[in-house]
Design a protein around this ligand. Structure first.
Ligand code: AMP
Ligand code: GLY
Length: 423
């Protein structure tokens, strides 16, 4: 088989790494890819939002399956463009990717079908939103409706902060048209868990759980980022939590989408908050999480192509999805200054020590310079993932491996996975 993966981050490197282990696959392309992906796949210079070019490439090269890693092309309808040409593609169509693309849509869906989530109101008029803030309870959460690189969520402790927040989202349009509509949501407390799943329209199969670390600094301080590290499984995702979510959240979401005429095929990512009243949905994503994929996929026993083809074909009920009884920790190596401003172009050394079996170095923001050296090319540069028989060992292995790699302005959090000692 020939496979095309669309995207260029650590998530896509993790996907390509799993695809490279498939017995069915003899050629992998990645558009646009990065310097690490280039070691396993032929990188093609087409951007993820160039749908027609991607589909023409897939036709020309007789690609058997295209896997879309990123949210923007999914929400923009890349799957529909592929399907119109009769090409096989893994991911939700535009009318289903709205589950991630519009927070107002997903909140209304949860309300209509009784899926547990925080209480909320939707506004498309800034003055009405401001009026609502007069009698609201604080803290309160403001969310731009559309995609905003994970940064369109503001937690406001006071009314003054919330008034500023409404201005930022709806008037100054800091997140562009994503802020034309806004969700105002009740603030919840509890532990967060990320649960990824494969979906074929009807059947849902749950992957092993993970926990992200969204803030830039140790002890959850500093700005929100795309994610500074992950571990899997989450010891807080107990069998009781799992049973609750299976009864009240997972299958209900798949059935709700089907009832709405928006059959979902691909990956649903459930961002959950384990509150005192039970698990509630914080958000849905229509794709693998990044860096969640970097700890979940290396633990998957199945051939990823078998599972993805079953999603496309509607035969997921026949798949026995299995994970190793081990653990993984991923520590992101970022450029100092991320997520605000940072320098790029520094050579990276130590990349040859990773075996791709127990120690993984997933590239996120890397490129090759004129001299053929691998250099930093983004805020999140590398995801250092290590396996271990348990979380403690995996964590020790991951932090040990972070010392193998060097580049100027290297920055990481030192407390990824520290929460496992509280379980
Ligand atoms: P989201 O993109 O909706 O997952 O939000 C990003 C982050 O904001 C989440 O991972 C939570 O840490 C936080 N957050 C979102 N919604 C709420 C809420 N209702 N209560 C408390 N924290 C929230
Ligand atoms: N790590 C969170 C996300 O991928 O959205």
């Amino acid at each position: 088989m020939k496979v095309l993966v669309v995207g260029s981050g650590g998530r896509e490197h993790a996907i390509v790494s799993s695809v490279s282990k498939s017995k069915k696959v003899d050629k992998i392309y990645c558009a646009p890819g990065n310097a690490g992906i280039a070691e396993l796949a032929e990188c093609v210079d087409i951007k993820a939002m160039e749908f027609d070019k991607l589909a023409s490439f897939a036709e020309e090269k007789h690609i058997d399956l295209t896997i879309i890693g990123m949210d923007d092309p999914l929400v923009g309808g890349v799957v529909d463009v592929f399907e119109q040409k009769g090409l096989r593609v893994f991911g939700p169509r535009k009318n289903a990717a709205i589950l991630e693309g519009s927070k107002a849509f997903s909140k209304d869906l949860m309300k209509k079908y009784g899926i547990p989530t925080a209480a909320y109101e939707v506004f498309d008029d800034a003055d009405k939103a401001l009026e609502y803030l007069d009698n609201a309870k604080y803290p309160i959460v403001l969310k731009a409706d559309g995609l905003a690189l994970g940064k369109g969520v503001l937690i406001c402790n006071t009314k003054d902060e919330a008034v500023d927040g409404v201005k930022t989202i709806m008037k100054d349009k800091k997140f562009g048209s994503a802020g034309n509509t806004m969700v105002v949501e009740e603030f919840m407390t509890g532990r967060e868990v990320s649960v990824l799943s494969f979906v074929d329209g009807n059947t849902i199969k749950i992957m092993s759980s993970a926990q992200d670390h969204k803030r830039a600094g140790d002890n959850d301080t500093g700005l929100n980022t795309g994610g500074m590290g992950t571990f899997s499984p989450s010891p807080f995702y107990t069998p009781e939590v799992d049973a609750f979510c299976r009864e009240h959240i997972y299958q209900k979401t798949v059935d709700a989408m089907k009832s709405e005429g928006r059959e979902f095929k691909g990956v649903i990512f459930f961002g959950l908050m384990l509150t005192e009243e039970g698990p509630k949905v914080l958000e849905y994503n229509a794709r693998f999480g990044d860096p969640e994929a970097q700890v979940v996929l290396p633990r998957m026993k199945n051939d990823i192509i078998d599972v993805m083809e079953a999603c496309v074909d509607g035969t997921l009920d026949r798949v026995d999805l299995q994970f190793e009884d081990n653990a993984a920790v991923c520590v992101v190596l970022a450029s100092k200054g991320y997520p605000v401003s940072y320098e790029k172009g520094f050579p990276i050394s130590g990349l040859d020590r990773f075996d791709g079996e127990k120690y993984f170095c997933f590239h996120a923001g890397t490129a090759k310079n004129d001299k053929g050296e691998t250099v930093t090319n983004g805020g999140r540069v590398l995801g250092i993932t290590a396996l271990g028989e348990d979380l403690k060992t995996a964590r020790e292995n991951a932090y040990k491996a972070t010392e193998w790699v060097f580049f100027d302005n290297k920055y990481m959090r030192n407390d990824i996975g520290k929460a496992i000692y509280e379980a």
